[in-house]
Design a protein around this ligand. Structure first.
Ligand SMILES: *Cc1c(COP(=O)(O)O)cnc(C)c1O
Length: 229
């Protein structure tokens, strides 16, 4: 049951915030609705959630057209440059920017559409070679290059930690992302803020909160298992 699942997740968030000495308002839950039907999104929406995450451009386009306007859609999956134009008006935050060329395309399409785009830089802190994202060492350099683009605003960092049964194994990666965020914030780069740290999924969001996550991305823990057809 979705509403029961949400209650459990909410209680876990509160407990993790307490353990970390953080305020509940510092953490925003993104319900990851990829592959799930519109009705399931509506159920979560009716429980008060307004932030939803999708990993496909097509799914955000379809769902945003059919669902309430006050939903904030988060693109959390890999974004191809030729798809930016389809998403630029429908998305509140793009979490998965991992190249200068992609950021340039986003800036260009935002300019054409007469809007501005908020983005996160996806960092591969675990250095898993199957994952998208830039290395921690390259992050500052690419952020400096993206920061001069007119219509794109860097709001923070995002990472996808490895899948694990034991969330403690990911603590080191969350800590690394937080540290990187603090280091970059200290450089005071124009047009760059490090207020957002997007990390933690169903298996490890409590650990991520303890390590400073401000956005957590929870799918299975809210909607149940995904079935890929
Ligand atoms: C699917 C996905 C999630 C949610 O995963 P769950 O384990 O179902 O919570 C979070 N972040 C990204 C980038 C995803 O692709």
């Amino acid at each position: 049951m979705i509403s029961e699942n949400l209650k459990i997740v909410e209680a876990n968030i509160i407990k993790a915030c307490e353990r970390a000495g953080r305020k509940r308002e510092e953490v925003t839950l993104i319900a990851v609705s990829k592959t799930k039907p519109k009705e399931a999104v509506e159920e979560v929406y009716s429980c008060g959630i307004r932030d939803f995450g999708e990993n496909k451009v097509q799914e955000i386009s379809d769902k945003s057209a059919a669902l309430p306007m006050d939903i904030r859609w988060h693109l959390i999956g890999h974004l191809q440059r030729n798809k930016v134009k389809y998403i630029i008006n429908n998305v509140s935050l793009i979490h998965s920017v991992d190249s200068l060329r992609l950021a340039e395309q986003i800036s260009l399409e935002a300019e054409k559409a007469g809007c501005e785009a908020d983005i996160l830089i996806q960092v591969n802190v675990s250095e898993e070679d199957t994952k998208f994202g830039i290395s921690a060492q390259e992050t500052e350099d690419i952020i400096r290059k993206i920061s001069v683009l007119k219509k794109v605003h860097i709001k923070g960092l995002m990472t996808i930690a490895p899948y694990t049964e034991n969330s403690e194994e990911n603590r080191i990666f969350f800590r690394k992302l937080k540290q990187l965020s603090v280091d970059i914030a200290g450089k005071n780069i124009d047009n760059v803020s490090m207020n957002i740290i997007s990390m933690g999924m169903t298996g490890d969001y409590e650990t991520a909160i303890e390590e400073g996550a401000t956005l957590i991305r929870v799918g299975t823990g809210i909607f149940g298992e995904r079935i890929y057809g």
